[in-house]
Design a protein around this ligand. Structure first.
Ligand SMILES: Cc1ncc(COP(=O)(O)O)c(C=O)c1O
Length: 489
């Protein structure tokens, strides 16, 4: 990486230059640099409305970049060690969809972890690819997924030797990194394309004790949410293709398929400037976040009854790295589930990223400082000093094995009806139902609703877990494929 070039922000500079020329706009957006915007928008966005531009060929084209955008994306590729990088104004969701669309044709098999993010399912619906699940391991004590291991990949490939690609989530939401290097090498050896959802990994290159990046582990194509753990605006991500990856041109075409033809230049400028910030200050900023997280974790573990697991998670077989900036805080020893703890923290002005069975997940990023860490710590201390309850033991029932009947795309295109859940055994599900924990679907689009699925759902509902993904939030009814719809099968 050439540091002298990395201090350039070509797209930000081009946008600023354009704004200062004060051109008279006879183009979209209709508010015309803010003049026609509502009072509320003027109050909210102020002078930024002058930069609310998109589809300006004067400023380069996201889908056929030849000027400042091309340079901005090349600088991002250089920073991350990619052959080519694409900017996304539709998050990692679009990047994941694009990489699946680029690689898989209708009917192709793709090996994925069962707990993949919902954008993977949307990529399958769009492409017509058929999922093959590799099993993930679940750490009962910590209540987190450890992701798949080599054994689960080998088993999936033995049964489905014609699979076209494998997709990993790396690291997981909770910061756990599977042994991607070995698994990517194995998959390549068998002729598969290796795709990685690295939504939680934009900061990884900037601290040596964070997990290795997916690209450095040999991935072909990596989707990364710059907005999640680096400093760009929400909704902005990058998709990296490794040097020499033969599918790069198809990925470029697919990125145009899944994004707006009017990409907002705010978003693109925000990616350019976040890349520059990381290049120039990433080591210092991410290093600071890691230090804050380490201090916080130590202090949390000194509070009686509160547990925040750390690098000991590496002792589980198949775990190759851990992102210490992900702080899970387990309140179960003082009698609170993750959901209850989330509410208690909210009462004290603290909002966490996610809750699961026995814990909440707090993210420590380049935006944190000693004050924010102290506030979170104080809130946890207050909960621990409050009225204690008996410790609770949250055990995860084992998930039923999925029985795939038709592809997600066929299920999506089928006629759907809502039937009482109790009458749904044997039907083909037309929606994906997930409970947290474990964050792994009990049933997915196109799968048979079995007795085991229904028993699992009943168990979860009895304990007050909220189903995600169901159109009926009470799950009294389930959307299934209409039996009279022979076409859909
Ligand atoms: C693992 C994973 N993949 C993909 C996504 C989608 O990312 P984005 O919000 O950038 O579209 C998320 C979002 O939470 C995620 O956690």
């Amino acid at each position: 990486m050439d540091k002298n070039r990395q201090n350039r922000v070509p797209f930000v500079a081009a946008l600023e230059e354009y704004v200062h020329r004060q051109m008279m706009p006879f183009h979209t957006p209709g508010h015309k640099i803010g003049k026609g915007a509502s009072c509320y928008q003027k109050y909210l966005f102020g002078g930024a409305l002058a930069r609310d531009l998109g589809l300006m060929y004067a400023l380069d084209d996201l889908f056929q970049p030849e000027g400042p955008l091309r340079e901005a994306m090349q600088l991002a590729a250089d920073l991350y060690g990619a052959g080519r990088t694409f900017f996304s104004i539709n998050g990692t969701t679009a990047c994941v969809q694009a990489m699946i669309l680029a690689i898989c044709r209708c009917g192709d098999e793709i090996i994925i972890p069962r707990e993949s993010h919902s954008c993977v399912m949307s990529g399958l619906i769009m492409s017509g690819a058929v999922p093959v699940y590799m099993e993930s391991r679940f750490a009962q004590k910590e209540q987190v997924s450890l992701g798949p291991d080599m054994d689960s990949l080998q088993k999936a490939l033995d049964k489905h030797p014609k699979a076209k690609a494998v997709l990993f989530t790396y690291p997981t939401y909770d910061g756990i990194a599977c042994n991607l290097r070995d698994m990517a090498a194995y998959a390549h050896n068998k002729g598969l394309v290796v795709l990685v959802d690295e939504a939680h990994g934009a900061h990884l290159p900037f601290h040596e004790e964070l997990p290795d990046t997916a690209l450095s582990c040999g991935a072909d194509c990596v989707a990364q949410s710059t907005h999640k753990l680096a400093g760009s605006l929400t909704q902005t991500s990058m998709l990296h293709c490794r040097k020499g990856f033969s599918g790069t041109e198809k990925v470029a075409a697919a990125m145009a398929l899944v994004q707006s033809t009017s990409p907002n230049y705010w978003f693109l400028a925000s990616l350019d400037s976040a890349r520059c910030q990381l290049a120039l200050q990433g080591t210092e900023l991410v290093g600071g976040a890691v230090e804050l997280a380490r201090g916080l974790r130590n202090q949390l573990n000194n509070i009686e009854g509160i547990v925040s697991f750390g690098k000991e998670i590496l002792s589980y077989p198949g775990v190759s790295g851990f992102d210490e900036t992900k702080i899970t805080i387990d309140f179960s020893q003082i009698g609170f589930s993750g959901r209850q703890a989330e509410l208690l923290l909210r009462q004290q002005g603290i909002e966490v990223e996610m809750t699961a069975g026995n814990h909440v997940l707090a993210l420590i990023t380049i935006g944190d400082d000693k004050q924010s860490i102290a506030s979170l710590l104080r809130a946890c201390q207050k909960i621990a000093c409050g009225k204690r309850r008996n410790s609770i033991d949250i055990k995860e029932p084992s998930l039923p094995h999925p029985e795939i009947v038709i592809s997600p795309q066929k299920a999506w295109n089928g006629k759907v009806e809502a039937v009482p859940l109790t009458n749904s055994e044997g039907c083909i599900a037309a929606e994906t139902i997930t409970f947290y924990p474990p964050g792994i679907p009990v049933i997915s689009l196109g799968e048979r609703v079995t007795k085991e699925c229904l028993a699992y759902i009943k168990d979860k509902l009895t304990y007050g877990y909220i189903p995600h993904g169901s159109s009926d939030k009470t799950l009294q009814t389930l959307c299934v494929l209409n039996y009279s719809d022979k076409e859909g099968r």
